[in-house]
Design a protein around this ligand. Sequence first.
Ligand SMILES: [Fe+2]
Length: 342
Amino acid sequence: MSDIIQVYGRGAPVRGQIGPYPFGEAIGVVWRNIVGPSRNNPANVQFIPKSITLNDIEPELTLGVGGDVMMMFGRKLQFGDCIKDFFAPCDAILLNMEGVITDHPKKGPDQKHDPQIIDSLTTLFDPKRTYLSLANNHSGDFGMDECYRSQRMFEQAGFHSFGLRQTPYIDIHPALRVVTGTQWSNHPCHDLAWLDESPEQYRRHDAFNLLFPHWAYEMECYPRQTSVAQMQQWLRQFDGVIGHHAHVPQPITSYQTQDQRQQLAAYSLGDLCFGLGFKNRPILKHYPYGIVARLQIGRLRSNPALWSVGRCDWSFTESDSSADRLIFSTKLASSVDYFKFT
Ligand SMILES: [Fe+2]
């Protein structure tokens, strides 16, 4: 059980709660949307190089990961060849699917997808090897019946999904278990995998265990000290951690363990797509950016009892809108202005 992370939105809202956040945090999100994402880096967390071998392993699979799949507001979503090529060598990819496909009217920040999102994601990578985590703050936006209905649509198209209460983890490969969970829900929702419910109980002894948390704070380019402490705690329980929800990229980094392994820790993958992320509009201009990564996973050659990431390649992404604003195209990006790193 985590003694650091506090979840919001599982039950009825607490006094002062706005959306998924306590009052002060909600004000902070609004403020950072207006003035731009915070660039404070209190724990001095740095990115690892874009191509690096973290550990000497015997590779068993290559996993691709990408940022939040946000709603497109009726606009078409395309993926550039560069991002398709980036994922092409992967055995599987893992994404955070925010919101649901529904005909119900949306209110406020509800994330409502059109069925076309299935077609768009199908062009990115083979659906039969694409895994969607539903443990996030928007799966409950339209009630669980709509969430389950949307989940069936994805699964009928071949996608795999997990992250609801009955499916807190998934085995992507005999050598890889992914455990997921959320810190937030915009609407009261018991039927998600929640991060304070001991995700470590789902680890498997004979595989790489990856935690894929939906957590922390929007519009912040670096983690807070509390998030770094939570990350350290999770890294004592899992072989790697890849997080999401901040809507901007945060560092993908590594930490050395006592047994000299380098453990992968990505704080936020940002947005893979968002149909309001217009680069030249106030507020909305902060939403087009994300991270994709490609990870080799296997047993440590020097100690096959231990699982690790070997080679890691990653890139920033950006989602550009067409001149008529009807089409977004997500592609690799060499840099993002928030970071000096290129
Ligand atoms: Fe989120």
